[in-house]
Design a protein around this ligand. Structure first.
Ligand SMILES: Cc1cc2nc3c(=O)[nH]c(=O)nc-3n(C[C@H](O)[C@H](O)[C@H](O)COP(=O)(O)OP(=O)(O)OC[C@H]3O[C@@H](n4cnc5c(N)ncnc54)[C@H](O)[C@@H]3O)c2cc1C
Ligand code: FES
Ligand code: FES
Length: 1279
């Protein structure tokens, strides 16, 4: 069998591939072969949308060109024969013409790190190609497969919704949407008249050759590689013959299942049969009784067909197999023989007296597999409500889809009346008992869900019966509004309000203006370069990690012989190959780069394979054989407490203030409680990546890598290589998100990568090497936010005022201490949040476990402890029957108060933020409305919560880190300015803000400035970009460098006051004045030399950022689903350097915090292996999770004398405000519990998942399904 040529088009260019490899995906081909790196790799499993491209094909039958948004990471190139691919590079560019989609996302502030942006652009572009004027709803829905970890989605949606507008507004800032005010400005997502209009005639045309020639789709094709053969028949008889000839071959249609099997489950499929071009599999036939859908009809097409069919229907050698319990009998076993295929699926029309409804509950609204789904059907006797036939089917209750056969049989002959629901619940419980446990555990919840679905079905059918019988009152009583299948959300909306700069501010001065992110157009066009986008250079090698498959074990042997013999493999590196030190340092503690004798977590790095391609390196890494001897493990905080497994010298951090014992004596009430919270994965869209290039002499090596801490990476690489630091240069242009995960773990990852790389380069292979972790590897090894357990005892007086608090926070630190001592310290000094507690003792304990080491993550331990604090408030409120906002107010800090750590609150804006958010959210009115809603609804409840926050901007225990440096060059020929500083751009807009600072300092417009990268060669000894200090430290350094330059230029300005910048620069140069200046800044040790502190008071120049939020939620008590109806935030950011960027940080932090407190749940197997290792199993918030109404205001008239141009650090402070959703959910659950007569305190751990919400809303269904009545073994460890 000779292989065919593969022919397809990319961005209008014809590609002929003579050696098409069936295992190569379109994404690999675009990025590495065609060198089109605009399309990004975020996950490789179809779950993030970063790789979205448009695929177009000519449908001969319909004479129509069809466009689809596709995930290039799952598209085999062999499936593209005769198709046209359009990538982000193909629709517009900064060098030629931008496409309006690209321009709008950039100008609407819809990009931060920009890694998701090309995917967003291509999803929107495809929608526009199919429908030039989509509705707002269509715009919101199109992004169901696209994730963004930075923005909070609001600006992207608002920007793109301008394509739905009837008449684009051309009034710009005079638009009536913008309230006339001298002081206030509303951040308008997009003013459409600013953009080039979308012009469909300018779009790249579909290649005429593909339309004219009929040959592409009608020929049998064969593609072959060493390992796999791809066969594409075009006749049904050939397909059947091939299936008989190759019984173990996999049929491929969309490859979304086969692709995952081969990539992640390491299935080696030798023969793939693409059945996409067999006409019979695309047939759709409408018969009298139903509709036959061909086996290869896509879901999108099926949707169209069904809609069309319903519209047109006025009433309602092959074998047939029923899709019932006999079809899918056990995992991987269908009722299809090896020589059979599914030709079509028959969907019968419903008949008179027949009702069919479907239900689904997933972890996230969009793009998530069901926790349980259900299909229910009932047929009644004619003219009666007696059940004639009944079917109840569930997905995910068991290993396969399952039918409640006994229950359904028992229903026959029964009347459709209320008693039926309680009987069915009883019967279902019996049916479920006989089923094997489903994937994912959660059985009590699943059973409660299944019963709840039936309850919903019952009421829905009851309503239909009433309607049919012509009863006038065809509505369900309002308290039982069960007819809605699920919570609905309307189109999202919101406002963003900030203070405008004074009209007197000079035009060139960009400080305070909402400039778009400096690289936003590059993000939107795919031109922004990330580390792995750098072209491969001759001889470049690839690296893959060999990681532990045991949580705690001795390494007995490592056998690499088989792996080294695989094609393309160059070398293996382990601990013995490290020329310098195998220990990398995090601040003061060290940890091994490569495990030498023992592994202490699943995923720990043992070695690395280097090969000619990434695929070869990964195959070789998997082929390394390691023998272990297992040792005892500790995974959970509870286990660590029992085993006293703590980090010894940092085990206990302590804060003590006042006299706690006396405080408890004075208290009227003493309460005790506990709350637990799960960890969180950073889920930056760009995984860890590093690339090392040898410089060829003196051991010099240049390393491009994704690190938040270039200097730390430099030190660790140098130490590992045994080189002086001056030979190692770290270069970082930008990161596709960091959030703390690329601070020290990056050092680890980059050392892992860089070090092997460097070693390979320098000592053995002398060739460049790169390594980029796959999503599952990154999640497995890099750690995340610390899971926590908070225990407390609190004393209060009769009105809820704090008298004393004794609390302990346990953090699950994982297998190394990393930054955990610092994290627990921040956790403790943030514990008080906004409340004055006169007598307090706080203890922090770091648990040493066999999980991958946890590390820095936005908030750095503060969100965990502040959640404990707010939970205490809630407990006090419930116990004393006082509204929780009153308890907060009575204990709230005032100006000049001292925190337990001795920091004085000066310019304290808590009360201003609090009062303004009460006003903005109409809190009291909202509370009344919610009370009424809850009275009127039994199965849906609403809740509201007001949460304040304060966040200290500092490197508390590491004063030496509170320094920044910059280097500013002015070029004499044209006066352009190049800024370099110690901060890393990772989406937070740092470079944009630095340019704004420089624009004021040098009195120049922003276009004169450029920042090209962060590198240890220009600015050494940098502090990691972290702790929300990037703008403060580097901004002051840039300002100081600019001041020096300005000072040097002053004589030339004075000598030629009418001259231009260029004139002055030239004159200075001719006079031999240096046009290059360094700037340095350290946070002063005291903010006022004359101030005399009280005992224990700190005097350093540190400050707090404040804010407050109000959230309203609605929960579905039967499923545990929730929707955030509205969030209002007021945030004190001082005088914002850039309000658009600051609002972006607030919205993005809120979205990430929302994920932590509601839907993000890490799960480990009982062996300590992370199971939730990609977007298909770990759900970060999507478009459907953002508040339906989201209003953000920056506090007016705020200032901050302690930071650059009166601004404030903003990256982390808003994060905790998302807990307002958590407590609003808890509020709603309280109302649901009250319906069952349950009053008083109850425990809700974080995250408030659907499972926890449902099971906390105790009712007749949860009682039947509690763990005590259905014993199930736990599938996951609750760490
Ligand atoms: C991001 C993402 C989200 C997902 N979400 C969901 C979800 O919410 N719910 C859900 O159920 N699934 C989900 N899946 C899984 C997947 O999409 C489904 O299994 C899908 O139905 C596979 O269709 P495909 O055409 O892409 O399959 P392919 O990978 O091409 O094939 C799937 C399997 O079916 C076999 N097959 C294909 N056609 C025939 C035929 N005519 N006769 C016999 N066998 C055939 C193939 O050999 C293969 O074993 C998701 C997958 C991804 C990547
Ligand atoms: S969906 Fe393809 S990279 Fe994530
Ligand atoms: S901007 Fe979307 S992931 Fe960073």
């Amino acid at each position: 069998m000779d292989a065919d040529e593969l022919v397809f088009f990319v961005n209008g260019k014809k590609i002929i591939e003579k050696n098409a490899d069936p295992e190569t995906t379109l994404l690999q081909y675009l990025r590495k072969i065609l060198r089109l790196p605009g399309t990004k790799l975020g996950c490789g499993e179809g779950g993030c949308g970063a790789c979205t491209v448009m695929i177009s094909k000519y449908d001969q039958e319909r004479d129509k060109i069809c466009h689809y948004a596709s995930n290039a990471c799952l598209v085999p190139i062999c499936s593209l024969h005769g198709l046209a691919v359009t990538t982000v590079e193909g629709i517009g560019s900064t060098k030629t013409r931008l496409h309006p989609v690209q321009e709008i996302i950039a100008k609407s502030h819809g990009t931060q790190c920009g890694f998701c942006t090309p995917g967003m652009v291509m999803s929107m572009y495809t929608l526009l190609r199919n429908k030039p004027k989509p509705t707002e709803e269509e715009v919101e829905n199109i992004f169901q497969g696209n994730l963004c970890r930075c923005t909070g989605y609001r600006p992207i949606l608002e920007g793109f919704k301008t394509f739905s507008k009837d008449e684009p507004c051309c009034m710009g800032s005079k638009c009536c949407k913008i309230q006339p005010s001298n002081e206030e400005h509303f951040l308008d997502a997009a003013e459409p008249c600013d953009f080039l209009p979308a012009d469909t005639t300018q779009e790249p045309i579909f290649p005429p050759e593909l339309k004219i020639s009929n040959g592409f789709g009608t020929k049998f094709l064969t593609f072959k590689s060493e390992r796999v053969t791809w066969l594409r028949p075009v006749f049904l008889k050939d397909l059947l013959k091939l299936k008989s000839k190759y019984p173990s071959a996999r049929i491929v249609i969309g490859n979304t299942a086969v692709g995952l099997d081969t990539k992640y489950r390491k299935a080696h499929v030798q023969v793939m049969i693409a059945a996409t071009h067999v006409p019979e599999l695309h047939e759709v036939a409408v018969a009298d009784t139903g509709i036959h859908i061909g086996g290869a009809v896509t879901l999108a097409r099926l949707g169209e067909i069904l809609t069309e069919t319903i519209k047109n229907t006025t009433e309602g050698g092959q074998r047939n197999a029923f899709l019932d319990n006999t079809f899918y009998t056990r995992r991987g076993n269908w009722n299809i023989k090896s020589d059979e295929i599914v030709l079509s699926v028959f969907i019968p029309f419903s008949k008179k007296n027949e009702f069919v409804f479907g239900y689904k509950k997933a972890q996230r609204r969009e793009n998530a597999t069901a926790i349980v789904n259900a299909g229910m059907r009932v047929l009644f006797e004619d003219g009666d409500n007696i059940i004639k036939e009944m079917q109840i089917a569930f997905g995910s209750m068991s290993e396969t889809s399952s039918l409640a056969i006994t229950t359904a049989r028992r229903c026959v002959g029964r009347k459709w009346e209320d008693q039926l629901t309680s009987d069915v619940v009883q019967w279902l419980a019996e049916d479920f008992h006989s089923l094997p446990e489903g994937i994912g555990g959660q059985m009590p919840y699943k059973r409660a869900l299944a019963c709840s679905f039936f309850f919903k079905f019952f009421h829905r059918v009851k309503l239909e019966l009433r309607k049919q019988s012509g009863m006038e009152d065809a509505t369900v009583p309002p308290r039982h509004t069960l007819t809605l299948p699920s919570l609905t959300r309307s189109i999202s909306r919101g406002t963003q309000v900030f203070e405008e700069v004074s009209p007197d501010q000079p035009k060139h001065d960009a400080v305070g203006r909402p400039l778009q992110h400096r690289a936003s157009l590059q993000h939107a066009t795919g031109e922004a370069q990330y580390c792995d986008d750098m072209p491969l250079i001759d001889g470049e090698l690839h690296l893959a990690l060999v990681t532990s498959t045991r949580a705690h074990a001795k390494i007995l042997s490592i056998d690499t012989r088989e792996a080294l013999a695989l094609p393309g493999v160059e070398a293996f590196f382990g601990h013995e190959d490290v020329p310098g030190s195998n220990v990398k340092r995090v601040l003061t503690v060290g940890e091994e780069i490569f495990a030498s004798k023992e592994v202490t977590c699943y995923g720990q790095v043992i070695g690395a394979m280097v090969a000619d391609t990434k695929t070869h390196a990964q195959r070789a890494a998997k082929a390394v054989k390691i023998e272990y001897e297992d040792l005892p493990t500790v995974f959970t905080i509870e286990e660590a407490i029992v085993e006293e497994s703590y980090y010894p010298h940092e085990a206990k951090a302590l804060i003590k203030s006042g006299d706690v014992e006396r405080g408890f004596e004075q208290a009227d009430h003493i309460l005790e409680g506990e709350i637990k919270g799960g960890g969180q994965e950073h889920f930056y869209l760009e995984t860890h990546v590093a690339r090392a290039v040898p410089r060829g002499e003196d051991g010099e090596i240049e390393i491009f890598c994704s690190t938040q801490s270039p200097s730390k990476s430099q030190a660790n690489v140098a130490r590992a290589l045994g080189l002086p630091m001056n030979r190692v240069c770290i270069r970082t242009k930008r990161l596709g998100g960091g959030f703390g995960g690329k601070e020290t773990r990056s050092t680890l990852c980059s050392v892992m990568s860089c070090h092997h790389v460097a070693y390979a380069v320098l000592h053995r292979l002398n060739r460049p090497v790169r390594g980029m972790l796959d999503r599952d590897e990154d999640m497995l090894i890099s750690g995340g936010r610390h899971p926590f357990l908070g225990k407390y005892k609190v004393g209060i007086d009769s009105v809820g005022r704090f008298k004393a608090l004794d609390a302990t926070v346990y953090l699950n630190a994982g297998n190394t201490s990393d930054l955990s001592p610092e994290v627990v310290s921040v956790s403790l000094y943030s514990f008080d949040n906004c409340y004055h507690i006169p007598n307090i003792v706080l203890t922090g304990v770091l648990c040493k476990t066999n999980l991958p080491s946890n590390t820095a993550f936005r908030g750095f331990g503060a969100p965990q402890s502040m959640l404990v604090m707010e939970n205490i408030i809630e407990d006090v409120a419930v116990s004393l029957n006082i509204p929780s906002h009153k308890v907060r107010e009575i204990n709230m800090y005032n100006e000049n108060d001292l925190t337990p750590k001795g920091i004085r609150l000066i310019n304290c804006a808590i009360d201003r933020c609090w009062n303004e958010v009460i006003q903005q959210s109409e809190f009291f009115q909202r509370k009344e409305d919610i009370a009424k809603f809850n009275r009127d609804n039994r199965w849906k409840k609403r809740g509201v919560s007001l949460i304040p926050t304060k966040f200290l901007i500092s490197y508390y225990n590491e004063r030496f880190l509170e320094q920044g440096a910059a280097l500013v060059h002015v070029y004499q020929e044209d006066g352009s300015v190049l800024i370099t500083h110690g901060g890393v751009e990772m989406g937070q807009g740092l470079h944009t803000k630095m340019i704004q600072v420089a624009s004021r300092a040098l009195q120049l417009p922003v276009h004169k400035f450029h920042i090209n990268e962060t590198t240890t060669s220009t600015v050494p000894n940098t502090t990691a970009t972290a702790a929300s200090t990037g703008s403060d430290l580097n901004g002051m350094a840039v300002l100081n460098a600019c001041k020096t330059l300005r000072h040097r230029l002053e004589p030339y300005i004075a000598g030629n006051p009418g001259g231009s910048w260029e004139d002055w620069v030239k004159a200075a140069y001719m006079d031999r004045i240096s046009l290059s200046a360094t700037g340095y800044y350290k946070v002063p040790d005291t903010w006022d030399d004359s101030y005399v502190p009280v005992e224990g008071e700190q005097t350093t120049q540190r400050y707090f950022t404040y804010g407050a939020a109000c959230s309203v939620v609605e929960i579905d008590c039967l499923t545990g689903d929730h929707v955030v109806l509205r969030t209002d935030i007021v945030m004190d950011v001082g005088r914002s350097l850039n309000p658009a960027i600051d609002i972006g940080q607030i919205e993005g932090a809120f979205a990430q915090g929302y994920g932590l407190f509601t839907i993000e749940q890490l799960r480990y197997s009982s062996e300590g292996r992370l199971i939730t290792n990609g977007p298909n199993t770990y759900k970060i918030p999507g478009y459907g999770n953002i508040p339906v109404e989201f209003n953000v205001s920056l506090l007016k008239g705020a200032s901050n004398p302690k930071a650059v141009y009166s601004s404030k650090g903003i990256g982390e402070p808003p994060f905790f405000l998302a807990s307002s959703v958590f407590f609003a959910i808890k509020d709603a659950i309280s109302s649901a519990r009250a319906e069952s007569g349950l009053k008083g305190r109850f425990r809700l751990d974080s995250p408030a998942t659907a499972e926890r919400i449902r099971m906390a809303c105790e009712d007749q269904f949860t009682c039947q399904c509690s763990p005590s009545t259905h014993h199930t073994r736990p599938r996951f460890i609750d760490v």
